[in-house]
Every structure is written in structure tokens, then in C-alpha cells.
Design a protein around this ligand. Structure first.
Ligand code: SAM
Length: 319
């Protein structure tokens, strides 16, 4: 569906994400002992970026953990699907805590997955957390096991490429399923991301999705953010159709999802993180760029949507 040069450019964004995560981890904002293995050139990010990475990590990891410990009997079938997983380490973080879900799938391009799989096999800390039945497949670009699959496919060909691989990997449409997508759907043309969302509502009665993406392209900061990405030939295609909090939320409801909730990263940081945690991270680095922090974090949002009521305890923000 895409031009291979453009695909290469979007694949490189996975390095930005892992470099920021490694910076936040090394400084002690987040506890991710695995991310360092995926970062060749560590860089120290600015304090406001580290704090933003902390809030992003907090939102995703706490949702994953709630889902992995859902009280329902059906939770023994729980599945996670990470769309555009890049060098995300969440599978290893859950496995290290023994919070394994029944099935965990990661999907990205073969080029990224080849690097990820090779790193996993080189590092005992990672390899030892793979299920014992793991096999390397498709020329080193995929890992298959009953509980964890790293699958290579183009998300723009969801029904033709991704779905058959998920089903062959044991994906169960009747099981409670959490989809995670961090800074991925926004790069797709809305017709492609809508096709993913529509497949989920049609096929999975008990699904939830957590997305984390850019919003607000039209104010001064937003235009800078877009220009900055454009200079790297990156286009946030989803922003045309879904530019703000309300449109990212109502997108789900208007496409048949039962409920949807959206919050920007600034409000998430202010309202959803314990005071104790905020006091702890405040000691790590001095941050006086509060105005820039609020500008930056107002331009990123989490959306949490469900196809039924049954994942209310996964619900993104606990009241
Ligand atoms: N979610 C990861 C994280 O937060 O660390 C990676 C985020 S990175 C910004 C975006 C990822 O989406 C890249 O790894 C890229 O290769 C992947 N991606 C983008 N478009 C894709 C497509 N059409 N098919 C498969 N993967 C895609």
C-alpha cells in the first residue's frame, strides 16, 4: 500500500520513541530495565520530554496492568495486540512481573521486527522471558509461540495481511482483547485506520483500545510540530480528520464503539498521577519550562474506547 522509501521514514520513528524511553529510564523516571537493549545511541532528553515520556508510559503501563489483572473468569483468555509496536518493551515488563496475558501480539513492519527479534535473541535478559515454545519464523522477522507473537505486516492492509497472521497465531475473536497503539494510527491515512477500527467493532465483542497520538495541528505549537515532522518527510495523516480531543473521541462512538474517552497528556499528568509520584520525579531533574511543558503535552492525547461494557475495570482513568 505504500512506497518503500516513505515506509522507511515512518519506521525510523520507532528509534525516537525508544530513545526517549531509554532517557527517561536511565534517569529513573520510569522503570524499564529492557529498553536499553534496543537503543544504540543513547541520548539525554530535555527534562520536559522526560516528564512527558513518564506520563505516556504511566498511562499505557497502568492500563496494561489493569487489563492483565481483570477479575473476570474470562481473564484467563485475555489478549493484547500492540499495533505498530516498534521497540516497545511492554511484553517484557509484564512477563518480568509474571503478569502474562493468555496471548500477546506485536505488529510492525518486517524491517523493524527483524531488528527487534535479533536483539531479543542476543540479550539473555530478554530471551529468557520468551515463552519456551518460541520459534523464529519468516527469515528472522517474526517470532511465534502460543503466548507471544511478533508479526510482520503492513497495518494499511489490515484485513488481508494482519488478520490472517493474527488468526494463524491463535488470536481468539471471542476473548477480551486490549489493543494498544502509540503514535501509529496518526501516520496512517484515516481510511486505513478506520478499516482497523471497523474490523475490531465487527469481529470482537469485547475489545478495548488505547491510543496515544498528536492533536491540535492548527495553533502555533501545532504548526511547529507539523513543520518539524514535515522536514523529516513525516505526515500526520490522521490529524486532518481527527484534529482535537473531541473528534478523536467521537470518531469511535460514531463508528459503533460503545464508549470512548479522551484526555490530553497535560490533564493526564495533572489529574491521574499520584502526588507522591509527582514529588518523586520532581526530584530527578529541575524543570522550569512549565509553559513549554503545558504546550507540548496539550498536543498529545490518550483515547480509550470499548466495544462493550465489560472492560469497565480496564477503564483508562479510574475515578
Ligand atoms: N508504538 C511504539 C512505541 O511507542 O515505542 C513505536 C512508535 S513509532 C512512533 C511508530 C511505529 O509504527 C514504527 O515502529 C513504525 O514502523 C510503525 N508503523 C507505522 N506505519 C505502519 C504500518 N503501515 N504497518 C506496520 N507498522 C507501521
Amino acid at each position: 500500500a505504500g512506497n518503500r522509501d516513505d515506509d522507511h521514514i515512518v519506521q525510523e520513528t520507532s528509534t525516537d520513541a525508544s530513545t526517549s524511553r531509554e532517557s527517561a529510564s536511565r534517569l529513573g523516571y520510569i522503570n524499564d530495565p529492557f529498553i536499553k537493549h534496543f537503543v544504540r545511541n543513547p541520548q539525554r532528553r530535555a527534562p520536559l520530554i522526560n516528564r512527558g515520556t513518564y506520563a505516556r508510559f504511566h498511562g499505557v503501563q497502568s492500563t496494561l496492568q489493569r487489563f492483565a489483572s481483570l477479575p473476570q473468569a474470562s481473564s484467563s483468555k485475555n489478549q493484547v495486540v500492540v499495533l505498530g509496536s516498534g521497540f516497545d518493551t511492554s511484553y517484557f515488563l509484564l512477563a518480568a512481573k509474571n503478569q502474562r496475558v493468555a496471548r500477546y501480539f506485536e505488529i510492525d513492519f518486517a524491517e523493524i521486527n527483524a531488528k527487534k527479534a535479533a536483539t531479543i535473541y542476543r540479550k539473555p535478559a530478554l530471551k529468557s522471558l520468551l515463552p519456551k515454545d518460541t520459534e523464529v519464523k519468516c527469515g528472522g522477522t517474526e517470532l511465534h509461540s502460543a503466548r507471544y507473537c511478533l508479526l510482520s505486516a503492513d497495518l494499511r492492509c489490515f484485513r488481508d495481511q494482519v488478520v490472517p497472521k493474527l488468526l494463524a497465531g491463535g488470536f481468539d475473536c471471542s476473548a477480551p482483547t486490549l489493543f494498544i497503539s502509540e503514535c501509529v494510527l496518526i501516520y496512517l491515512d484515516p481510511k486505513h485506520s478506520d478499516a482497523i477500527l471497523d474490523w475490531i467493532t465487527e469481529q470482537i465483542p469485547d475489545a478495548a483500545i488505547l491510543t496515544y497520538e498528536q492533536i491540535l495541528p492548527n495553533d502555533r505549537f501545532g504548526r511547529m510540530m507539523i513543520e518539524n515532522l514535515r522536514s523529516r518527510q513525516l505526515e500526520l495523516r490522521g490529524l486532518i480528520a481527527y484534529p482535537d480531543l473531541e473528534s478523536t473521541r467521537s470518531r469511535f462512538v460514531s463508528r459503533g464503539w460503545k464508549s470512548a474517552f479522551a484526555i490530553d497528556l497535560f490533564d493526564y499528568h495533572q489529574k491521574c498521577i499520584d502526588q507522591e509520584e509527582l514529588a518523586r520525579i520532581a526530584k530527578i531533574e529541575f524543570m522550569d519550562e512549565w509553559e513549554e511543558f503545558s504546550l507540548l503535552t496539550k498536543h498529545y492525547a490518550f483515547t480509550f474506547a470499548c466495544t462493550s461494557d465489560s472492560q469497565s475495570s480496564t477503564a483508562f482513568v479510574q475515578n
